[in-house]
Design a protein around this ligand. Structure first.
Ligand SMILES: Nc1ncnc2c1ncn2[C@@H]1O[C@H](COP(=O)(O)OP(=O)(O)OP(=O)(O)O)[C@@H](O)[C@H]1O
Length: 297
């Protein structure tokens, strides 16, 4: 039996609208399902954990929500073979974008009903797992600003999901102070001065379609790492638009690496997000968890 978990709040109410559409299709086709609605932040983790570990009649758990709800769901799914399906209903939907899951909810449902499973890697940071990207520094600060933004709701309604991110980015850019970082990727240690951000990617996209790590794949047992450092805020502002096409990686202030395990410390605390949800401050120990969860895709 399919069990749907709906975050009616995601995408400023889009979650509810998508569920109404999906439920009418399920009823019309006489597909057996059950549904739970998230009642508060982090509720999806508990719901998924209980369904995946204590409900033998659940054949798949389908999330109706955005990246935050997917993040909560995968944190409840650890050590389970129950596959996860996603009906995108958030403002960013970067996990779906990275997996090639249709952003149209009816097409996403059709894909789920084909029952084709992919085994994917996830990342681990501060006792949390993440499916897309962990962003540290400038990035984490922007995520913290965006999650507080009232504008996010309005922009969701008029379908310009990246705008709150861009405005938060401009605000943080004016005040952010880059810091020095010690980094170990697998056995290789390095030091970096004036670091703006470190993105550790399992899939290419964040913030509603910015291609921060174009080469990231979630089935290769590896992170793609992008570091931006030693650049003035005005030059950073100038190269920013190139991130939408992933062309920023050619700039001399941008370095890319690959690896499975990272240890990161910094002179001044750097805040981090995983899948857009705040996960803490430096120091971090981050590792890839290969072939961790099944996704219907
Ligand atoms: N009943 C609820 N009331 C308030 N918040 C909730 C409820 N259920 C879940 N949430 C929270 O809603 C937040 C936003 O959900 P989600 O990330 O799925 O949507 P989004 O932010 O619109 O999409 P995206 O992350 O793709 O931009 C999550 O952080 C989750 O904890």
């Amino acid at each position: 039996m399919y069990h749907f978990i709906v975050n009616t709040n995601s995408g400023s109410g889009r979650g509810f609208k998508r569920w109404v559409q999906i439920e009418s299709i399920l009823l019309e086709r006489k597909i057996v399902y059950d549904v739970s609605f998230t009642k508060k932040p982090n509720h999806a983790t508990q719901l998924v954990h209980d369904l995946a570990h204590d409900s033998p009649n659940v054949s798949a758990i389908i999330i109706v929500g955005g990246d935050g709800t997917v993040h909560e769901a995968i944190n409840g799914l650890q050590n389970s073979n129950v596959p996860l399906g996603i009906i995108p209903a958030g403002s960013g939907n970067d996990f779906c974008r990275g997996m090639g899951i249709p952003l149209n909810c009816v097409e996403a449902l059709e894909r789920i009903l084909k029952n084709e499973k992919k085994l994917i890697d996830v990342g681990h940071i501060n006792n949390k797992v993440f499916a897309t990207i962990a962003g540290i520094g400038f990035d984490g600060k922007i995520a913290a600003e965006t999650s507080r933004s009232k504008l996010k709701k309005l922009c969701n309604v008029i379908k310009i999901g990246s705008i709150p991110y861009i405005l938060a980015m401009l605000k943080v850019m004016l005040s952010y102070k880059p810091t020095d970082v010690n980094l170990r990727i697998d056995s290789k240690a390095s030091s970096h001065e004036n670091v703006w951000l470190i993105a550790i990617a399992n899939t290419p996209f964040y913030a509603g379609g910015m291609k921060i790590c174009p080469e990231a794949r979630n089935n290769d047992d590896l992170f793609e790492v992008c570091i931006v450092k030693g650049i003035s805020r005005w030059k950073l502002l100038r190269i920013f638009p190139s991130v939408f096409k992933g062309q920023h990686i050619n700039h001399p202030a941008v370095r890319t690496y690959q690896g499975k395990n990272l240890i990161i410390s910094s002179n001044n605390p750097m805040i981090a997000h995983g899948d857009g949800e705040i996960v803490g401050e430096t120091p971090f120990n981050i590792k890839i968890l290969p072939s961790s969860i099944y996704v219907l895709s």
